[in-house]
Design a protein around this ligand. Structure first.
Ligand SMILES: Nc1ncnc2c1ncn2[C@@H]1O[C@H](COP(=O)(O)OP(=O)(O)OP(=O)(O)O)[C@@H](O)[C@H]1O
Ligand SMILES: [Mg+2]
Length: 268
């Protein structure tokens, strides 16, 4: 079964004023697949992601259909959304600090999260927290649990926020520019981690980024957003090789060189 099927998603101001912010977006995500999302600033990428978590900003409304494992999300009750968020669909944001509380040690944040969402006891939650930190390849997880976010580098913080997103074993992860704030070698590490996670757990990933070259190493399919619409979509390899829409060509021309397919040693 298709993991996520988005049909004619439209996001507009609840007042009805102005043009829709997302006008008619349709795409699918299969289990274990990475769907890349690129497009100009303000084209509706983040709003589309937020609508999948039922977290649109106040004053905005989504219509159309968001089917997750065959179930319609848009008509869910508030309680059902709470279950969906985290346990089924999770999101990682550009700024890892936004998902971490600055005044709480990582141990408290992770174990509180696990106790609340998975109903684990204190000891179990700590063990699971350590397991998750190891999962995202952070060293000395016991010591990390005693530290505050500001004691970590940007790349480490992003790994912790990915660990939090993975805590409840979501089937779909929305990564909204998760590497934009990081430098190049750390970025590569995060990409490799996401690639590993989807291979091992069959998690579907929606990967929003401005970095087309990087996307060429991980995306199976590509959706190109422009002014609230998808102007081109297809197998990533085909879109990179023979972009059809003029805007996609402009995007690709801005990349010095898209090495497709990437050599095996870079992919793995
Ligand atoms: N709360 C809001 N109320 C009204 N308009 C909004 C609100 N949030 C976002 N918008 C508008 O919706 C449009 C889409 O925003 P969105 O954040 O989804 O863009 P994006 O594609 O993620 O851009 P970027 O690449 O800069 O992150 C933008 O024009 C933005 O100004
Ligand atoms: Mg955005």
């Amino acid at each position: 079964m298709t993991l996520l099927q988005v049909d004619h998603l439209r996001i507009h101001r609840s007042s009805g004023a102005g043009d829709p912010l997302v006008s008619d977006v349709s795409f699918t995500v299969e289990a274990g697949e990475v769907v890349g999302v690129v497009g100009e600033s303000g084209s509706g990428k983040t709003l589309t992601g937020l609508s999948l978590l039922g977290l649109l900003p106040d004053g905005l409304t989504a219509t159309g259909s968001l089917r997750f494992e065959g179930r319609e999300l848009l008509t869910q009750s508030r309680r059902e959304w709470e279950r969906t968020r985290g346990a089924e669909i999770a999101m990682v944001l550009q700024d890892p600090s936004s998902s971490l509380h600055p005044m709480l040690k990582l141990g408290e944040q992770l174990t509180d999260h696990l106790r609340l969402h998975l109903g684990l006891g204190k000891v179990e939650a700590r063990a699971r927290a350590i397991e998750l930190l190891e999962r995202v390849h952070l060293h000395e997880p016991e010591r990390l649990l005693t530290q505050y976010p500001h004691q970590l580098s940007g790349g480490m913080k992003q790994r912790v926020s990915i660990a939090i997103a993975l805590a409840c074993g979501p089937e779909l992860l929305i990564a909204d520019e998760p590497t934009t704030a990081l430098d190049a070698n750390i970025r590569t590490g995060i990409i490799a981690l996401l690639d590993e996670l989807r291979r091992e757990s069959g998690m579907g990933i929606i990967f929003v980024t401005h970095d087309l070259a990087m996307l060429s190493s991980i995306a199976d399919r590509l959706n190109v957003f422009r002014t609230g619409e998808i102007v081109e979509s297809g197998e990533a390899e085909a879109v990179f090789r023979t972009p059809k829409h003029p805007y996609t060509r402009v995007l690709l021309d801005a990349v010095p060189q898209v090495p497709w397919p990437l050599p095996e040693e870079v992919r793995s």
